[in-house]
Write a protein that binds this ligand. Structure first.
Ligand SMILES: Nc1ncnc2c1ncn2[C@@H]1O[C@H](COP(=O)(O)OP(=O)(O)OP(=O)(O)O)[C@@H](O)[C@H]1O
Ligand SMILES: [Mg+2]
Length: 253
């Protein structure tokens, strides 16, 4: 039984079948990549995992509990954090101010740390944020306004904002899209480090096969809303179903 279990999930947008018969099992402390052409349903699937969309059919279990019917905030509190396809950082705030955002949830008039529901002092929160920034090599940019940062740095900041919540499952939607190769390689190194040093399961959507094959323990190929094949990277490389997914037709040997 994986930490994430997706069973028979289907989702329609009007007449369009965005997802159908999606089954996915992600084992704890592994990296599972979901690949597939544009419009395959990858982001829709992620949205169904984090409460942004409600599937029409099927079930989504995380850590033994259903996520269906819960709000994105509740699902976040269960231990799922997500880096979106479009960066969700505040460009008029500094790196450090952005880091503070996920740490706070206002409850009973007090600021509490999401992950622990415990009240930390401001000094403790700042120390925690600084440690996290150091982990992603961004401490020297703590006072920088994010508008002037490279796309790679914005992505690193987003990841730091997710990781500071100490999630059990990190969902990444094209974390290296539009990045220069050097930034992509830095992101790969960072994710490898995260995988090795923390108890975090990663599910990643990615078009860059260098990233996928550098990180993934298992790969699911999604096409037209349905998984075509799921296997270890060595078996996915050169698999005819991958060609089929990207060409939209059966590959002939
Ligand atoms: N809110 C929506 N309303 C209507 N149709 C949608 C909506 N969201 C997605 N779709 C459609 O569902 C299909 C799957 O979209 P989705 O964004 O999940 O694909 P994707 O695999 O993430 O693609 P990409 O690689 O381009 O990010 C597409 O045909 C898309 O146009
Ligand atoms: Mg997408």
């Amino acid at each position: 039984m994986g930490i994430l279990e997706v069973k028979d999930v289907g989702k329609r947008f009007g007449g369009l079948k965005a997802l159908s018969d999606v089954n996915l099992s992600v084992a704890e402390n592994t990296c599972h990549a979901i690949i597939g052409p544009n419009g395959a349903g990858k982001s829709t699937l992620l949205n169904c995992l984090v409460g942004k969309l409600i599937p029409d059919t099927g079930s989504v279990m995380f850590d033994g509990q259903s996520v269906l019917g819960r709000s994105p905030h509740e699902i976040n509190q269960m231990g799922i954090s997500r880096v979106f396809q479009t960066p969700e950082i505040f460009s008029d705030l500094s790196v450090m101010e952005n880091m503070m955002i996920p740490l706070f949830a206002r409850r009973d008039g007090a600021y509490r740390l999401h992950a622990y529901h415990s009240v930390l002092s401001e000094a403790e929160l700042v120390t925690k944020a600084e440690q996290m920034l150091a982990d992603v090599n961004m401490l020297d940019k703590r006072n920088m306004h994010t508008a002037s940062m490279s796309r790679g740095d914005k992505r690193r900041l987003e990841m730091a904002m997710c990781l500071i919540q100490e999630p059990k499952l990190l969902l990444l939607d094209e974390p290296t899209a539009g990045m220069a190769r050097a930034d992509t390689n830095n992101t790969i190194d960072l994710l490898k480090q995260i995988k090795d040093s923390r108890n975090i399961t990663i599910a990643i959507i990615e078009h860059d096969m260098h990233v996928v094959f550098s990180l993934a323990d298992r790969i699911t190929v999604l096409a037209q809303g349905t998984p075509l094949v799921e296997d270890v990277p060595e078996k996915i490389k050169g698999h005819p179903k991958v060609k089929e997914a990207y060409l939209g037709e059966t590959a002939h040997a």
